[in-house]
Write a protein that binds this ligand. Structure first.
Ligand code: 1HN
Length: 373
C-alpha cells in the first residue's frame, strides 16, 4: 500500500512537471476568477482626496514646473493605494487635477486613451480638440475622444483648474495604448469656438442632414447651465432611490454614453437626501462640485465637501447623504459603465437589510487614514 501511494505521488509529480514544460496548466489547480460563493465583494478599498490637499499641492507644483518640454501637463494623478502601483483611483480609470496658469500652454498631443475634463475653477481658458476650440467654465464637461489632438491654453488672468478623467488603466491592460506628440506647440483651430455645441447643444434637436450615429459623442462640450437646469427640472418630477436626482450625459447621436469606455453623470442630492444602498460591478470616480455630505461605503463613512474627490471600487455597498437642510449637493462622476454594458457584465443589487441603510462601523479617516503613508 505504502509503495503504491508513493509511486502515485511520484507519477503525479512527474506529470505536473511535464505538462508545465509542455506549456499547459491543469485547470483543477487554477484559482477561480472570483469569490467561490458567487457573492460579489469590493476587491479593493474606496479612496478620498480633500480639495485643500489638492489645491495646496497644485500651487506648489506651479512653483516647480511649467507645462511644456519639462512637464507636458501640470496634473496631479489621484492614487488609490488599493490599486497600487497603478497611479489611479480605480483599476480602470485615471483621474488627475490639472492647473494651467495665465499665459501658459499645455502643448498638443494625442493618444488612444480617451479623456473627459470637468471644469472646477477659472473661466475662459481653451482646450483645443481636433481643431475645435472649447472654452472652459466651471461645471462644464468637455470630451477628448481617443486619438484626437488636444492641448490647452490659458489667455485669461486667472489660474484654470479642472479634473481629467481617462481610461488609461483599461487601455493599458488591453495593450492598446499609443501616444504621439504634436510637432508644434498647439494644434491649430480649424473650427469656430464651441462649434459642436452650436450644432447639437439644444439637447433635443439635431441638424436634419445628419443621419449617422456614432459611438463617440459628436458634441464635445456639455455646458453647466444646461446641466443644472435639467437636474432641477428632473427633481420636480422623479428621482432614483439609490442616486437621488442623477442624470447621465448623453451622446446626442445615440442617446447612449458619451464615449465607448467612459460614462459621465451629474447627480443632485437634494437637501436632507439619504439614498438607499446598492452595489454594482462598475467603478466610479466622484468630484464634489457643490455642497457637502457623506457617502457610506461598506460601512465606512466618507465625509466630503466642495472640491473633494472620492473613488468607489466595484461591488462596494454605497449610499449618499446630503446633510444640509437647505443647500443641494452636486456630484459629478465618471465611470466604466459603457464597457460593462457592452460586454454584458453589468450587475447590480439593492441592499435588502435595515431599510436599505448600512450600519456605519468606522469613519474613513479611522479606517484608511494612514493607508497612504
Ligand atoms: C493627459 O494627456 C492629460 O492631455 C491630462 O491634458 C491628464 C493623465 C494621464 C495620462 C494622460 C491632458 C493625463 C493625461
Amino acid at each position: 500500500m505504502a509503495i503504491e501511494q508513493a509511486s502515485l505521488t511520484e507519477i503525479s509529480d512527474v506529470f505536473y512537471r511535464d505538462v508545465q514544460s509542455l506549456g499547459m496548466s491543469p485547470l483543477w489547480r487554477s484559482t477561480q476568477p472570483g469569490p467561490r460563493d458567487g457573492v460579489p465583494a469590493a476587491p479593493y478599498q474606496p479612496c478620498h482626496w480633500s480639495w485643500s490637499d489638492i489645491e495646496r499641492s497644485l500651487v506648489r507644483a506651479a512653483a516647480i514646473v511649467k507645462p511644456g518640454p519639462e512637464a507636458e501637463r501640470r496634473a496631479l494623478q489621484l492614487c488609490n493605494p488599493g490599486v497600487a502601483p497603478s497611479p489611479s483611483p480605480t483599476h480602470t480609470l485615471t483621474a488627475a487635477v490639472q492647473m494651467v496658469m495665465p499665459g501658459e500652454i499645455a502643448p498638443s498631443h494625442r493618444h488612444t486613451m480617451a479623456a473627459i475634463r470637468f471644469i472646477i475653477q477659472g473661466d475662459g481658458a481653451i482646450t483645443m480638440v481636433n481643431g475645435e476650440p472649447l472654452s472652459m467654465t466651471p461645471g462644464d464637461l468637455i470630451l477628448t475622444p481617443g486619438w484626437c489632438w488636444h492641448g490647452h491654453i490659458n489667455r485669461t488672468e486667472a489660474p484654470m483648474i479642472w479634473m481629467d478623467g481617462l481610461d488609461v488603466p483599461l487601455v493599458r491592460s488591453l495593450k492598446a495604448g499609443l501616444y504621439e506628440g504634436y510637432p508644434d506647440e498647439l494644434h491649430p483651430a480649424t473650427k469656430p469656438i464651441d462649434h459642436s455645441v452650436s450644432r447639437y447643444g439644444s439637447g433635443h434637436l439635431r441638424p436634419v442632414w445628419e443621419q449617422t450615429s456614432t459611438k463617440i459623442s459628436p458634441m464635445l462640450k456639455f455646458p453647466w447651465a444646461q446641466t443644472e437646469q435639467s437636474l432641477r427640472d428632473l427633481a420636480k418630477v422623479d428621482s432614483s432611490p439609490f442616486d437621488d436626482v442623477a442624470m447621465q450625459y448623453t451622446n446626442p447621436s445615440t442617446g447612449g454614453h458619451v464615449l465607448p469606455t467612459m460614462g459621465c453623470w451629474m447627480q443632485l442630492l437634494r437637501p436632507e437626501a439619504h439614498t438607499r444602498a446598492h452595489r454594482h460591478s462598475t467603478c466610479h470616480v466622484y468630484h464634489v462640485f457643490r455642497g457637502s455630505g457623506s457617502t457610506i461605503v461598506d460601512g465606512v463613512q466618507i465625509d466630503w465637501k466642495q472640491g473633494d474627490f472620492f473613488a468607489l471600487p466595484p461591488d462596494c455597498w454605497h449610499e449618499h447623504l446630503n446633510r444640509s437642510s437647505s443647500e443641494p449637493a452636486f456630484l459629478f462622476s465618471t465611470n466604466d459603465l459603457p464597457v460593462f454594458e457592452s460586454l454584458g457584465l453589468y450587475r447590480e443589487d439593492a441592499y435588502a437589510e435595515r431599510d436599505g441603510h448600512q450600519e456605519v462601523v468606522a469613519s474613513y479617516a479611522a479606517r484608511y487614514g494612514d493607508s497612504r503613508n
